[in-house]
Design a protein around this ligand. Structure first.
Ligand SMILES: Cc1cc2nc3c(=O)[nH]c(=O)nc-3n(C[C@H](O)[C@H](O)[C@H](O)COP(=O)(O)OP(=O)(O)OC[C@H]3O[C@@H](n4cnc5c(N)ncnc54)[C@H](O)[C@@H]3O)c2cc1C
Ligand code: SF4
Length: 333
């Protein structure tokens, strides 16, 4: 039996010092992902530093460097964030993404920081008897040529074809959220779009954070587009299932013409995928079905599929078109 030390940190400085000074220490948020990994033998830390009582559980409006933001503490529970009145009115995409994730009990336990940093649900990653470059660098990728219905169609590498699982992070990518991080050198801000990595030849490294970096919160900029936003998740069951594909979208129109559009996709890549080519193609055009389909095709020009993942492209086209037309108050023809 492996010994596991448990420490409940009493403030942010203590938490950062405890983890950054010990390569075998890990932060424990709600535990819904990390504790599973301990049980499966994927994670083998010697010490868990509980960060759930650091007082990082507020949601409040603040002045940011570029205007007003909603600051969300890292320990705000997913269920509380989804139900928060300002989130529901000013960032509906986030509320809907959160409510589409996991189950009520899990959402009540899962934290904002932990949700951002949860790891892939690739079946081979979760099965320690199979080779996996993310778990064991250099061991190989069992998903290539194996079961691959959930695999990535954008940004994958020969070393890893896994997708990122978080619904919340996809919404935050569309909202241009900024993650507030406290490390041994002090505080810094990381745009959520730069938090998660593509796999390249280091799929074991999920994010751009360093060991010991503590997520203390997330800032959500208030914008007109964010107020007109929504999330559509396509999955095998109506609830309690990870996304096959998902679409987070925010839209600001001037008449019928797109002034600003933000589109992020889940279930397609190793990170929440911001569809910038599609956004560029749509900005300044009249929003209709043909324009959205053409914009999605511009983004998907770089996609690579297998027999098992080819279904994701028409699914993305349909889901993105439906989402944007609904935001514009129109129906599919
Ligand atoms: C059955 C099941 C179904 C699920 N379905 C979905 C779904 O449909 N959609 C979805 O999005 N998610 C789903 N989830 C995942 C769930 O949302 C995550 O497990 C949860 O959000 C993780 O949050 P946590 O606070 O429990 O993290 P933890 O398990 O505590 O931590 C996860 C990781 O984050 C690190 N960490 C935690 N807090 C911090 C911090 N403040 N700073 C730095 N590092 C930190 C930990 O060290 C660990 O590496 C599902 C989970 C289960 C078990
Ligand atoms: S896809 Fe990535 S996570 Fe899955 S087996 Fe291959 S290396 Fe591991």
């Amino acid at each position: 039996m492996r010994e596991l030390d448990y420490v409940r940190a009493s403030d942010v400085e203590e938490a950062v010092a405890l983890v950054s000074g010990d390569p075998d220490a890990r932060y424990l948020g709600g535990g819904t992902n990390l504790v599973d990994h301990l049980k499966l033998g994927i994670a083998r830390p010697a010490r868990l530093v509980d960060v759930s009582r650091l007082g990082l559980d507020g949601v409040e409006e603040q002045d940011g460097s570029d205007g007003r933001v909603l600051h969300v503490g890292a320990n705000v529970r997913n269920s509380d964030l989804a139900a928060h009145p300002v989130v529901r009115s000013a960032f509906p995409v986030l509320s809907r993404a959160l409510l589409s994730g996991a189950s009520g009990q899990l959402r009540h336990q899962a934290s904002t920081g932990g949700n951002l940093l949860q790891r892939t649900r690739c079946v081979y990653f979760q099965d320690v008897s199979t080779p996996c470059n993310k778990r064991e660098p250099g061991s190989g990728c069992s998903a290539v040529g194996g079961y691959g219905r959930q695999d990535a169609v954008l940004g994958a590498s020969e070393h890893c074809v896994a997708t990122h699982p978080s619904d919340m992070a996809v919404a935050m990518a569309a909202l241009d959220a900024v993650v507030v991080v406290r490390g041994p050198q002090g505080e810094r801000r990381v745009p959520v779009r730069e938090l998660h990595r593509l796999p390249g030849d280091r799929p074991d490294v999920d994010t751009t954070l360093e060991h010991g970096d503590l997520v203390t919160g997330v800032e959500l900029p208030f914008t007109d587009a964010a107020r007109c936003s929504t999330y559509l998740k396509v999955r095998d069951r109506a609830s309690y299932a990870f996304a096959l594909v998902s679409v987070a979208a925010a839209l600001e129109l001037e008449g019928d013409v797109v002034r600003e559009v933000r589109i992020a996709w889940g279930g397609v890549a190793h990170k929440p995928w911001r569809a910038t080519a599609a956004e560029e193609a749509l900005t300044g055009t009249t929003l209709d079905e043909d324009a959205v389909r053409a914009a999605v095709d511009a983004e998907l020009a770089a996609a690579t599929t297998t027999d098992q993942t080819a279904y994701k492209l028409p699914m993305l086209r349909g889901a993105t078109t439906r989402t944007l037309l609904r935001l514009a108050g129109k129906d599919l023809s």
